[in-house]
Design a protein around this ligand. Structure first.
Ligand code: SF4
Length: 164
């Protein structure tokens, strides 16, 4: 029902989100689909954040109900036709708002981002290649402002909570 369409809200936070695909399910809810081209056949926490923001924007602008789950469809670069859909559960609007506000605080320098509390989160992180997390960590969870790869994007780690 929607393809590459943009939605916008101003309250409770200002958000603009572009939806790749949205379909109407049998129960009437709208199901979002995010299309990704990547080598790893998996969904990341950053995908969930994106889709959750899309849900919030679409619901806020249109008043329609969006399902609490969505799909991340991954296609390998240069391998047309080989696709796989991953089911993900979306964040609550309150969690999206909290993440948004935390990002603002990090960008404003009010909060220092930290490395993830678990190696598991790092293993699944889309920013692992760009991250300067010291080897042997997390024993010494030192803060290091200004170099964290997520700082400029979401202001925290999608893979864990309670940071800062
Ligand atoms: S950005 Fe955060 S979650 Fe990702 S690898 Fe670095 S410390 Fe781990």
């Amino acid at each position: 029902m929607y393809m590459e369409k943009q939605f916008r809200i101003r309250e409770p936070v200002s958000l603009i989100a572009r939806i790749d695909r949205a379909y109407r399910a049998a129960d009437g809810a709208i199901v979002l689909v995010e299309l990704k081209s990547r080598w790893k056949n998996r969904a990341y926490a950053s995908d969930v954040i994106q889709l959750s923001a899309q849900k919030m924007a679409l619901e806020g602008q249109t008043g329609q109900q969006v399902a609490a789950h969505a799909f991340v469809t991954v296609q390998k670069p240069k391998k047309a036709g080989e696709q796989r859909a991953h089911l993900v559960e979306l964040m609550a609007s309150s969690e999206v708002v909290a993440l948004y506000r935390r990002r603002q605080d990090v960008v404003a320098g009010l909060v220092v981002p930290r490395y993830a509390d678990s190696l598991r989160a790092c293993k699944d992180c889309a920013f692992r290649a760009a991250c300067d997390r010291p080897k042997g960590w997390p024993r010494s969870n030192s803060t290091k402002q200004g170099t964290h790869p997520v700082q400029s994007l979401v202001g925290g780690h999608p893979g864990h909570k309670g940071i800062g």
